[in-house]
Design a protein around this ligand. Structure first.
Ligand code: PEP
Ligand code: MN
Length: 338
């Protein structure tokens, strides 16, 4: 961290600043200029709040040199992290993992049917919501435990690991028992209490990007989970809010190279929630694989027109199989399997 002080800062003020940081275990180097004085702080500055430092009336500017995240940082962990989800590996630049399934779980029969179709198409995990974060309190809220148990039946029938969204701490034991990959939805990306609780879980976590969150805020949310002891975190980009209306959200594919550079964690793309329209899912899936995504999570429904949620963005099984076949071609070009 680099701090510069205003012209004319009294000597005792400079000494006070040095003493304060040294007391926090940091090495402080003071460069005296004719107009400004500059401090270089070396050591663990993660606990320092730049805004608080800048509140000192003699401080002119505060610049953070290192990123505020440590555990997720590629700098301290050069190799790609491969997250093992009940035997399915996500990350590591070899295989691209494709997750498919309905937005909401509706019943055992349809869940098993979709799981079979996902597997036949080459998908490696089943997604499905049992606890749904709906904008309207009058909309279908999910089947709850019954939905989770329907997914367990689908896993028994197909062997596919299951992914589902955890919305509250109350359900942690249920998810620890039944769910293979715990999804933290966009709306809960900064529910810090929930992130801390998930940090204590043994199951891997799929951390979706918030509706309007920066990449750094998103990495800091992963850091919350990792700081709690759970280092099995997979990022999921699902589009962000912009002024654009032709899509539900705007898919930010630039996160792929950026997260790969800044962190060592895998990144999965959700073209369904990103576009909100099944017609655009194929193009965005191909682009994501070309850009180096470690996986895709796609909504699939046998009868999208009658789906209980997100039918407009759900692919029919046949289309899902076509998308996977095309993505496989692109994966080959970028040196990966699918
Ligand atoms: C979902 O995956 O069904 C979902 C609600 O996603 P998001 O949190 O990205 O909106
Ligand atoms: Mn959905």
């Amino acid at each position: 961290m680099i701090i510069s002080t205003k012209r004319g800062t009294p000597q005792e003020e400079l000494q006070k600043i040095v003493a304060e940081f040294e007391a926090q275990g940091l090495e402080v180097t003071l460069i005296r200029g004719t107009d400004y004085n500059v401090f270089g702080l070396v050591g663990d500055t993660t606990k320092i709040n730049e805004k608080v430092v800048a509140a000192n009336p003699w401080v002119d500017s505060v610049t953070r040199v290192s990123a505020p995240y440590k555990k997720a940082n590629r700098l301290f962990h050069e190799a790609d992290t491969v997250v093992d989800v009940a035997g399915v590996k996500v990350g590591g630049r070899e295989k691209v993992a494709v997750i498919g399934g309905p937005c909401s779980i509706e019943c055992e029969e349809s869940t098993v049917e979709i799981a079979r179709a996902v597997k036949a198409a080459g998908g490696c995990m089943l997604r499905g919501g049992a606890y749904k974060p709906r904008t309207s309190p009058y909309a279908f809220q999910g089947l709850g435990t019954e939905g989770i148990l329907d997914m367990v039946k689908a896993r028994e029938a197909t062997g596919l690991p299951i992914v589902s969204e955890l919305m509250s701490e109350e359900r942690i034991d249920e998810f620890e028992e039944y769910v293979d990959l715990v999804q933290i939805g966009a709306r809960n990306m900064q529910n810090f209490q929930l992130l801390k609780a998930v940090g204590k879980m043994k199951k891997p976590v799929l951390l979706k990007r918030g509706l309007a969150n920066t990449i750094e805020e998103w990495i800091m949310s992963a850091e919350y989970i990792m700081a709690g002891g759970n280092e099995k975190v997979i990022f999921c980009e699902r589009g962000i809010r912009t002024f654009e209306k032709y899509t539900r959200n705007t898919l930010d594919l630039s996160v792929i190279p950026i997260l790969k550079e800044k962190t060592h964690l895998p990144i999965v793309i959700d073209p369904s929630h990103a576009t909100g329209n099944w017609r655009y899912v194929e193009a965005m899936s191909l682009a994501a694989v070309a850009a180096g995504a470690d996986g895709l999570i796609i909504e699939v429904h046998a009868d999208p027109e009658h789906a209980w949620s997100d039918g407009a963005q759900s692919l029919k099984p046949q289309k899902f199989a076509e998308v996977i076949a095309k993505c496989r071609e692109v994966a080959r070009v970028v040196g990966r399997d699918l």
